[in-house]
Design a protein around this ligand. Structure first.
Ligand SMILES: Cc1cc2nc3c(=O)[nH]c(=O)nc-3n(C[C@H](O)[C@H](O)[C@H](O)COP(=O)(O)OP(=O)(O)OC[C@H]3O[C@@H](n4cnc5c(N)ncnc54)[C@H](O)[C@@H]3O)c2cc1C
Length: 594
């Protein structure tokens, strides 16, 4: 019985499936370093027949064959697999601890996730100099835990709060960048790299304590994206002797008789293998949003979300295929129990995710619209889909409806990720040139809104409904009912905050289609201890192995929270650094009790 239970934990599957996997030799997939390679290990495994989910062993649990020969052997103290944000932090940290570091990256060059730049970090010198003050750790960590249904490891969030600011300062050391004084400030230099505080200063009158979903101010955004921060970290690591090898795929870990990880087999684009022996390996390969088999197995309900991840490997394939998760699983680690959390925050239309009336494709109101984009995406999953005039696909979920009063109303919408709160008049456009040229920064003009592709404009609700291909009578009834609730100042139907009950009453009327959300990354990682060592079936750490970034479990479960914008980069940075330090022998625990 004990055996069955632990095998089950090992796989993160049902007990029967675990037994089947054992029969297929999964436990032996990582060969002792000195053992004669067994070319066919595991490759004959097929999914077990049978209808019960517990009988099914997914193909991804089958390790590739151990290479028959290796072209080269290398030795190091710390091998980092994956040079995204967390891998760069790990490589720099390990090199600074004095370790001989090798890092492999399957992209042809250092390539940060494009468009990523919001760093939810707390208390960096940059933030202090700007006068940014975050809410307290107790408030933020408790809210994050609540947002994620108390499934993450609280210690990890506490550690992030205590360390991420200092980690950010450390990460960007040596980079040449400008810091804008506010979200709307124009650049004062011609430096290509700059940091912009997000939603700063806070919207006048905004008080997170009065919000259904609070937004915590303090995030800073690297522009044009985070590439230059990774370059700074890599330069620092290389200055300490780290060797970065691109166009090279980490494929599987090497373990000794005791199960300790002693290195990895990696290969180049021609399939030539290198055996890299290491005292410790850091898995920093990002998420598994583009591993269809893993998605089908762990999170089939998220298949409606098209992936937005764009970093490509040297073979032209998209990079977030869960390689590190799989390497860990094959070496005895287990996937944390879910629910895993897709990052799917909707960005809305020309007025972002502002809490205007939304009608589904039947013309009916269906929710309290005053919620963040991540939660809008969740709710849109519940309503029927229809033909989307914007995408051409059957993924239209709702229409956001507003009227001519929007320029004065948007200042009353919540502050935070995905909202548009600032109306810039035509004669002020020059003063806001930098922020208006950015994406999703909360500032807009009449011309920008009215020029939005796909925006429907009409002088009557009937015409608006007809142009949206919605049932006219239902839309008219829905709008009338909504306007009554607005007049009463009480949303008896869905409980929207009265501060955001704006009647749809003054033409022209506008409608913008909301499709299904896209998925940026898929959160769900290997179960780890506080030193970031993946745990085996018995809950024992796998020696010589560390998991960080989106390979690390315990950070996000159930829901990816946008109450702190950019917390994914914030934690990937802090835990990347910690994993690198520990892999180099530092022995530090991620705890909230600093
Ligand atoms: C469009 C977009 C915008 C985003 N914006 C934000 C944002 O503003 N703020 C925020 O907090 N989060 C954002 N995210 C999410 C964020 O980018 C990720 O959560 C974060 O980058 C995770 O860091 P990581 O180090 O775990 O993985 P990644 O940064 O994804 O890096 C993983 C690296 O490992 C490499 N790799 C994978 N497999 C192998 C292998 N077998 N061998 C060698 N190398 C391998 C990959 O090529 C990649 O370079 C965004 C995501 C997307 C897609």
């Amino acid at each position: 019985m004990k055996q069955n239970l632990s095998r089950r934990a090992f796989l993160g599957l049902g007990a029967t499936a675990a037994a089947a996997a054992g029969a297929m030799g999964l436990a032996g997939c990582s060969q002792p370093q000195s053992a004669t390679p067994a070319p066919q290990t595991g490759t004959d495994a097929t999914p077990a027949a049978g209808g019960a989910p517990a009988d099914f062993v997914p193909n991804f649990m089958t390790a590739p064959a151990v290479p028959e020969s290796v072209a080269e052997t290398k030795d190091c103290d710390v091998l980092v697999i994956g040079l995204g944000l967390s891998g760069c932090a790990a490589a720099k940290a390990a090199a600074e601890e004095g370790a001989k570091v090798i890092a492999v990256e399957k992209s042809p060059e250092l390539a940060a996730v494009s468009m990523a730049g919001d760093f939810g970090v707390v208390g960096s010198q940059i933030q202090k100099d700007l006068g940014i003050k975050w809410a307290g750790k107790d408030v933020i960590v408790n809210q994050l835990m609540k947002d994620m249904c108390y499934r993450p490891t609280s210690d990890f969030l506490g550690y992030w709060y205590d360390h991420s600011g200092e980690d950010f300062d450390w990460f960007v050391e040596g980079a040449d960048f400008e810091v804008l004084k506010s979200t709307a400030a124009n650049q004062e230099t011609d430096k290509p790299c700059y940091i912009r505080p997000k939603c700063f200063p806070a919207l006048e009158g905004y008080d997170y304590t009065t919000e259904y979903y609070p937004y915590f101010h303090g995030t800073i955004t690297t522009n044009p994206n985070m590439q230059w921060t990774l370059e700074a970290a890599v330069a620092a690591a290389e200055a300490k002797g780290a060797e970065m090898i691109y166009s090279t795929w980490g494929e599987q870990l090497i373990t000794d008789e005791s199960g300790k990880v002693t290195g990895a087999y990696v290969h180049d684009a021609d399939g030539a293998y290198t055996q890299i022996n290491a005292n410790a390996v850091v898995l920093a390969t990002g998420d598994w949003g583009n591993n269809q088999d893993m998605r089908d197995y762990y999170i089939p309900w998220a298949n409606e979300f098209m992936s937005f991840y764009t970093t490509m490997d040297a073979a032209g394939e998209v990079g977030n295929t869960g390689d590190g998760h799989l390497m860990g699983l094959w070496a005895g680690a287990h996937m944390e129990l879910g629910p895993h959390a897709p990052m799917t925050h909707h960005m809305g239309g020309p007025l972002g995710v502002d809490g205007y009336l939304q009608l589904n494709i039947n013309g009916e109101r269906f929710m309290n619209e005053d919620i963040p984009g991540q939660n809008i995406a969740d709710q849109l999953s519940r309503v029927p889909a229809g033909p989307n005039p914007m995408s051409g696909a059957d993924d239209l979920r709702s229409w956001q409806i507003f009227d001519a009063k929007w320029p004065t109303e948007i200042a009353k919408m919540p502050d935070g990720h995905g909202y548009v709160n600032h109306f810039v008049a035509d004669d002020e456009v020059d003063a806001y040139a930098t922020v208006l040229s950015g994406f999703g920064l909360g500032y807009t003009t009449k011309a920008m809104v009215e020029g939005t592709e796909g925006l429907i404009v009409a002088d009557t609700i009937e015409d608006l409904a007809a142009q949206c291909n919605l049932p006219v009578e239902t839309v008219v009834a829905s709008v009338n009912r909504y306007n009554e609730l607005c007049a009463a100042g009480h949303d008896a139907d869905f409980g929207k905050d009265p501060r955001r009950l704006f009647p749809v009453s003054e033409p022209p009327f506008y409608a913008y289609p909301f499709g299904s959300a896209g998925m940026l990354v898929l959160m769900g990682g290997l179960e780890v201890n506080k030193k970031l060592q993946p745990l085996n079936a018995e809950g024992t750490p796998i020696e010589g192995l560390y998991a960080t970034g989106n390979v690390q479990g315990g950070r996000y479960l159930v829901e990816y929270p946008v109450t702190v914008a950019g917390i994914s980069l914030g934690t990937a940075l802090s835990f990347g650094r910690l994993a690198g330090m520990n892999a180099a022998g530092a022995d530090v625990e991620a705890t909230s009790q600093n």
